[in-house]
Design a protein. Structure first.
Length: 239
């Protein structure tokens, strides 16, 4: 049987992919589950004044974050997604705008909480390094960083074949799988202190009957793990 190579995503390809994908917001994870995501994580943001949604896409998490009472800013890599999100949320209370990441970094702003939902699984080593470097600049000392990812994802289950390149690629552009141990180790290597982690199913309060049925079937075939991973970090204060 032929062995197919994995498609190697370039920054230009990633940008084109997500600019195109932004036309179909209903397919975004945060479009489907924004409310249960924030409900499950809201305790991590108590007392926070300024929250950044890093890699916010078209911004569907922002209205739920704004309801927590903090000033909320978004950052993304896709200019098309940024434009769409700013147009959608311009009059939202507590909304401080969405920026292309480089533009946000140029403002020298800092935040006492940052959330990044389903971003780290899209990044090769070089982009992951760039992300943690940016997060180090954006997060205040003592601030809270919340990273979510698919939990120990089997990437092959979502592979597609591209006949133009004769290569395989993940339908949602995932390039790596994370566990609590591997994500905590990666963040710690960049100076972030692990606070804790847990797994969950963000569809719990949204599609309860579906979730229970799926988990029952999952246990019967030995795949009953929670689908979503949450890791919490802090940036140690300066002496």
């Amino acid at each position: 049987m032929k062995q197919y190579r994995q498609l190697q995503w370039t920054p230009e390809m990633v940008s084109r992919f997500w600019d195109w994908q932004s036309q179909f917001p209903e397919q975004y994870f945060t479009y489907q589950f924004a409310r249960p995501i924030v409900a499950a994580l809201s305790h991590l943001f108590r007392g926070k004044r300024y929250i950044l949604d890093y890699g916010c896409g078209t911004g569907f998490l922002l209205p739920e974050l704004c309801r927590l009472g903090a000033k909320v800013t978004g950052a993304d890599f896709s200019p098309a997604s940024v434009a769409a999100a700013n147009g959608r949320h311009g009059g939202l209370p507590n909304f401080a705008g969405i920026f292309v990441l480089d533009d946000l970094l140029a403002k020298n702003l800092t935040f006492d909480a940052i959330i990044s939902v389903e971003v780290v699984e899209h990044l090769y080593d070089e982009q992951l390094e760039q992300m943690f470097t940016a997060l180090s600049r954006l997060l205040e000392p003592g601030g809270t960083l919340v990273l979510t990812s698919p939990n120990d994802e089997n990437l092959k289950l979502n592979e597609l074949y591209c006949p133009a390149s004769d290569a395989l690629y993940h339908r949602y552009q995932h390039v790596r799988s994370w566990t609590a141990a591997s994500l905590s180790q990666a963040a710690a290597a960049h100076g972030f202190q692990p606070v804790g982690s847990f797994t969950t199913d963000f569809s719990l309060s949204w599609r309860q009957p579906y979730r229970l049925a799926r988990r029952l079937v999952g246990r019967l075939i030995g795949r009953g793990k929670d689908p979503h991973l949450v890791c919490v970090f802090t940036r140690p204060g300066q002496d």
